[in-house]
Design a protein around this ligand. Structure first.
Ligand SMILES: [Fe+2]
Length: 181
């Protein structure tokens, strides 16, 4: 049996998966879901706002993760709720203009979000015939009560099969559409 040398991981992308207390996330208004996106998944996008206390709590959790990348203050620009039934899904997208994005799994059985490698086109082109030597996607199994934080340029999608609510949001360093946290 061959003993291979351990590779050095380079060009890696930071993802954070952390516990979060859902009971500390309160919205100012009852949700009004509107079918949105190509999939017509019900969302409160553009209509939802957390209470200031909740922004503060969420801001602290975010800071503990992303604060190591720049000392610039960040802004939680938008937060919205998606309500899935088993046939709902979301097409591949990035969160344009934001620096970080997050998804909080409130009461879905398990996360379904699939994150795509930003170099997958090159990987498939050069290596596709050799099998999946390097990962093309990341499909974490995350339980309710957790948040995943990722760079907004990471494309992702949601296949059907989930039921329940998630909270998504964007984080900006410049030209904040929301308030400071
Ligand atoms: Fe998204």
């Amino acid at each position: 049996m061959n003993e291979f040398k351990k590779p050095n991981p380079v060009f890696w992308i930071p993802f954070f998966i952390e516990e979060i207390d859902i009971s500390k996330l309160e919205f100012k208004e009852e949700p009004e879901y509107t079918p949105t996106f190509i999939s017509r998944t019900p969302t409160t996008m553009g209509e939802d706002e957390l209470t200031q206390e909740s922004y503060n709590y969420l801001g602290r959790i975010l800071w503990e993760c992303i604060g190591q990348y720049t000392e610039k203050p960040f802004y939680i620009g938008s937060v919205w709720r998606n309500k899935y039934v088993k046939t709902d899904w979301q097409d591949p997208h990035i969160h344009s203009g934001a620096q970080w994005s997050f998804v909080i799994y409130v009461d879905v059985e398990e996360s379904k979000t699939v994150f795509l490698s930003p170099s997958r086109h090159n990987q498939m082109n050069q290596w596709g015939h050799l099998g999946h030597a390097f990962p093309l996607d990341f499909s974490p199994k995350i339980s309710p009560g957790n948040i995943i934080i990722f760079p907004s340029f990471i494309e992702h999608f949601v296949p059907p099969g989930n039921e329940g609510i998630t909270i998504s949001g964007n984080i900006y360093y410049d030209q904040p559409p929301g308030g400071p946290c």
